[in-house]
Design a binder for this molecule. Structure first.
Ligand code: ADP
Length: 315
């Protein structure tokens, strides 16, 4: 089974300064770093690093950042045959300012990510086979996402949707119903069902509401507390793994990459959720987004479980 990620590619420009500039102000910064980002790219890297057979459908502009992103994906082992270069658009970027207290201020320019159409989504969905895992986020246009989900589902693929960044109320219902597995964090859950989960009980209630809206399974992510997996018949709470956390950037992305990888290896839902939680926890022990994704050996060591059987011969 293949993990197909259809989503965004950004180049993250991270700048550190003692204070963030106010409108009209120029400040001296201390350092900067440029790295691969975008939720689609991060999740594709996480799945590929875990050894899942991964395809990534994305788009960059015909500019230097586009070349940088493609090279970075290749370095992380993500096949780039399905990355298109759009001559009429700029590569997506995120400029991320961080001050001495760790507070940030971020501007994202979607660029080439925003040129995907409903027809593009339909073509992605049609390319899937039964049992494939289609991994979606909300950094490309919603019509493309809904078309990919519908065509993929019709071919027997499983649709995993990370509703991030939080969707507007106008499209929330159609997105929830398009997902076999929906993976919102606290704020996204609040945007979707009007209830911000703070503990196991409220996460279970929010998950039930998401299922009532049409999701088959809801995995409500609760940051350092863990996550609540809510299915039609049963629910299971997965506490977060205790690790030496230094940076939670992209924990959610590694969670989804890990979840999709485990499902593609043939794991059941509870086991895949645990594998995802371990992938996410390990990512918080390293700085960065794609750079922080762990290896299969690291995840297996943390979960202390034998290899998921489907993995053999799966690459
Ligand atoms: P997002 O990044 O989408 O906001 P969360 O912050 O809820 O997502 O984190 C996703 C998952 O990552 C959590 O459900 C948990 O399993 C894991 N996680 C997050 N923070 C930590 C942490 N400090 N220690 C261990 N695991 C964590």
């Amino acid at each position: 089974m293949t993990v197909i990620v259809f989503g965004s590619i950004n180049v993250d420009v991270n700048v550190r300064s003692r204070v963030l500039p106010r409108p009209g102000e120029t400040v001296h910064g201390e350092s900067y770093a440029i790295g691969l980002g975008g939720k689609g790219a991060n999740q594709a890297v996480a799945a590929a690093k875990l050894g899942a057979k991964t395809r990534f459908v994305g788009r960059v502009g015909a500019d230097a950042f586009g070349g940088f992103a493609i090279e970075a994906l290749e370095r992380f082992g993500v096949p780039t045959a399905d990355i298109a270069v759009d001559p009429g658009a700029m590569t997506g970027i995120a400029t991320i300012g961080v001050d001495a207290e760790g507070r940030n201020s971020i501007t994202v320019v979607g660029g080439a990510n925003m040129s995907f159409t409903e027809a593009d989504g339909d073509a992605v969905g049609r390319s899937l086979g039964a049992g494939d895992v289609l991994l979606l986020q909300l950094e490309i246009p919603v019509p493309a996402i809904l078309a990919a989900a519908a065509a993929g589902r019709a071919r027997g693929a499983r649709i995993v949707l990370d509703p991030a960044p939080a969707p507007g109320a106008g499209v929330a219902a159609s997105l929830v119903a398009a997902a076999d597995i929906l993976t919102p964090n606290e704020l996204e859950t609040a945007a979707l069902v009007g209830l911000e989960p703070t503990d196991e009980a409220s996460a279970a209630e929010a998950g039930k509401r998401l299922i009532a809206l049409g999701a088959k399974v809801a995995i409500v992510k609760l940051g350092a507390r863990g996550c609540m997996v809510v299915g039609e018949d049963e629910s299971v709470f997965i506490p977060a793994f205790k690790v030496a956390t230094i940076d939670t950037v992209a924990a959610g992305d590694c969670f989804n990459g890990g979840l999709a990888a485990a499902l593609s290896f043939g794991a059941g839902l509870a086991r895949a959720g645990r594998f995802a939680a371990a992938t996410a926890a390990l990512s918080t022990t390293k700085i960065g987004a794609a750079d922080a994704a762990p290896s299969l050996a690291e995840v297996e060591a943390l979960t202390e479980t034998p290899r998921i059987p489907m993995h053999v011969g799966n690459r």
